[in-house]
Design a protein around this ligand. Structure first.
Ligand SMILES: [Zn+2]
Ligand SMILES: [Zn+2]
Length: 367
């Protein structure tokens, strides 16, 4: 594994208290546990978005997987993001064999969240000399005790929380009102139990190389630009841009779900997306959801801008947080509800209340 550190050593470094930890549903980032998924295995749909570039679109699982970008060069593959678990990275790697059998040379992690890097070890163990690239800030976040929903300390938090989550699923199965619900919850339980076992075995594999500002890789005849554009979804977001094909992989800084603001910077985020829009883009590969044309950026940025403005205005008018959650949600719905509810997860009404709460906390109260 990268730098030869064990998880224990990393944890000691991070000096976290191994207290019993309950995961607040708000902390689950892109993991939407409320959605019940039927049986199956970790799966991706590979979609070609440019010459030698594929979006690996993750199917919805109980423990969510990020999308990946797969980039083929003359001498190998570069893969952006590695999902929430090694089994998912292995599943994608197997699927990739159908389009290219070249070795994996580099992994790029877009940010530190759990569902984007926990599969790193799969590529590191089978590709000696593998480089794992991210921003300097993301590398720091991966070992910080309080960075948010990702990194080495967050593995320990998930391990502490999973037995309770599993017990709750068992209770819910007993109370299931119909066979369909029972079947879905039973699948979720199996997935939660398998995830716990994987997490116990996880070998956290950290980036080996960082960038702190925009840089260009010349990679087997292909130019890959790494753009550091400012704070947004996190303070370390990295955008991976292929100028020849005009394709960009954004991580969760741009998603086709409702955005997750808990570790984010709502006011700066819209400006960062505006900076991204200066690039010529034909296809973007979001952190979650389907590949999208450039027009999605204006829609997504518009939501962030309008959300911040509406919460500020409601606060200035004296609305309480609870009042805002209804009023602002209804006010923005005509423009955003349909476009932000295209999948069974990450929908407008599931998340708008939490988004309003986060903007209230970070922008109005500046907590
Ligand atoms: Zn994510
Ligand atoms: Zn994220």
């Amino acid at each position: 594994m990268a730098e030869g550190w064990t998880r224990r050593q990393l944890l000691a470094q991070a000096t976290i208290a191994a207290a019993v930890y309950t995961l607040d549903p708000h902390e689950l980032c892109c993991g939407v546990n409320a959605y019940a998924q039927t049986a199956g295995s970790e799966k991706f749909n590979l979609k070609k978005v440019g010459d030698g570039i594929w979006a690996a679109v993750a199917e919805v699982r109980y423990k969510v997987n990020s999308n990946a970008a797969v980039i083929e060069t003359n001498d190998g593959l570069v893969i952006v993001d590695t999902h929430s678990k090694p089994s998912a990275a292995r599943a994608l790697y197997t699927e990739i064999q159908a389009v290219s059998k070249k070795p994996v040379r580099k992994i790029i992690n877009t940010h530190f969240h759990w569902d984007h890097w926990q599969g790193n070890e799969v590529y590191a163990s089978s590709n000696p000399g593998l480089e794992i690239i991210t921003t300097e800030q993301t590398k720091q976040n991966l070992t910080k005790p309080d960075a948010g929903v990702g990194g080495v300390p967050f593995i320990e938090k998930q391990l502490a929380a999973l037995p309770g989550e599993i017990a709750k699923l068992k209770e819910d199965i007993d109370k299931a009102p119909n066979p369909e619900t029972k079947a879905r919850l039973t699948s979720n339980l199996a997935q939660a139990e398998a995830y716990l076992q994987e997490l116990k075995q996880l070998k956290p594999t950290l980036p080996t190389r960082t960038v702190s500002k925009t840089a260009t890789l010349q990679e087997g005849g292909r130019e890959i630009q790494l753009h550091v554009l400012g704070r947004g979804h996190t303070d370390g977001d990295l955008y991976i841009y292929m100028p020849r094909e005009k394709v960009v992989a954004t991580g969760d800084a741009v998603v086709d779900w409702m955005p997750f603001l808990n570790d984010g910077y709502p006011e700066e985020w819209a400006q960062t997306v505006a900076a991204l829009e200066k690039l010529e883009i034909v296809q973007l590969i979001p952190g979650h959801g389907e590949p999208a044309p450039k027009t999605h950026l204006a829609f997504f940025r518009g939501y962030l801008t309008d959300l911040v403005a509406a919460v500020k205005k409601a606060a200035a008018d004296g609305a309480t947080l609870d009042e805002m959650k209804t009023k602002v949600a209804d006010q923005l719905a005509p423009k955003y509800e349909k476009g932000m509810s295209r999948y069974p997860v990450g929908q407008y009404r599931d998340r708008v209340g939490l988004n309003i709460e986060m903007v209230h906390k970070k922008v109005v109260k500046k907590a």
